[in-house]
Design a binder for this molecule. Structure first.
Ligand code: ZN
Length: 304
């Protein structure tokens, strides 16, 4: 079996919120067995922080980012940090944040990966129980034109097959198939950045979104192609980023999901609805001990 984990020491991150443009400080702290991931969001004027567990019933909005809410307090853009934690197999953490948005860093999960690996990962004295899918669970939008489904697999792994289609030829049709492990997450997905279209930026800003967005934290696509001078990190960076988002949104289930996940033109709305649908259908899965994982072996260049 595998053991639950937490961070071995605190990991600190500072940066701006993609949508708010505000400066944010965030720390990921160790937490005990069965604690899960919980955000402690500071409030102005010295009021006690508001605790928001990373669970699907706390999802408040899914337009352009995943936002959680507890009473009057929201926390926006949680998905890339949750993806980094899930990608590395960190089950338990207390996350303190001094604004209502997780910092966007460089638009990918790589800065979070570096900080979490530097803090270290510590096993805890309890088994990691995971969800093994026994029956298909599917969610749809647009009359079936967009869908997301998880189906059973014979092997104890998470396999993701993601398909995107954008009218803009700089993105176009992309498909990526991926078997999740810490090594594949770090090597194939973590560096893939969020992306947006230059023609939508003005409307987003008028809606109070993307105020912190820039070529430093997003791939921006203009009429003639990618505007970032450094270009893309992968030829199919956009579909890889969508899988990164999916892993972060599905982390709201609270434990790994073993099965085949197929996505067609999906996004945060369907990702978080699938997380809700999985928890709402306990007859469609069983809880099992996760088979023992191999020790984490990462390329030194990635960790540096
Ligand atoms: Zn994203």
């Amino acid at each position: 079996m595998s053991f639950q984990t937490t961070v071995a020491s605190e990991a600190h991150f500072s940066g701006i919120g993609l949508h708010s443009g505000e400066q944010v400080n965030l720390s990921v702290r160790p937490a005990p067995v069965d604690h899960g991931i919980r955000f402690h969001v500071s409030r102005p004027g010295g009021a006690a922080p508001v605790v928001i567990p990373a669970t699907p019933d706390k999802v408040a909005a899914t337009a352009y980012a995943t936002s959680l809410r507890e009473g009057p307090v929201a926390l926006h853009t949680v998905e890339h940090l949750l993806s980094a934690l899930a990608g590395l197999g960190i089950d338990n953490a207390q996350i303190h944040v001094d604004a209502e948005e997780v910092p966007i860093m460089d638009g990918s999960a790589l800065p979070f990966i570096h900080g979490l690996l530097k803090a270290g990962i510590r096993p805890l004295a309890a088994p990691r129980m995971v969800i093994r899918i026994l029956e298909p669970i599917r969610v749809e939008e647009d009359g079936g034109g967009k869908w997301l489904e998880v189906t059973p697999l014979d092997t104890p792994e998470t396999v993701i097959d993601y398909h995107i289609e954008f009218a803009h030829e700089a993105v176009g049709t992309q498909r990526y198939r991926f078997a999740l492990s810490p090594e594949t997450f770090v090597g194939e997905l973590a560096a893939a950045r969020t992306f947006g279209f230059a023609r939508e930026v003005e409307a987003l800003r008028q809606a109070g979104l993307a105020l912190g967005g820039s070529l430093d934290n997003a791939v921006v696509i203009g009429d003639d192609g990618v505007l970032n001078p450094e270009g893309l990190r992968f030829v199919d960076e956009q579909v890889r980023h969508k899988i990164l988002d999916l892993i972060g949104d599905l982390a709201l289930v609270g434990r790994p999901v073993l099965g085949r996940i197929s996505a067609h033109r999906s996004g945060h709305g369907l990702h978080t609805r699938l997380a809700q649908a999985i928890l709402a259908r306990p007859e469609a899965w069983e809880l099992v001990d996760q088979p023992e994982a191999r020790p984490l072996v990462l390329d030194h260049a990635v960790v540096a």
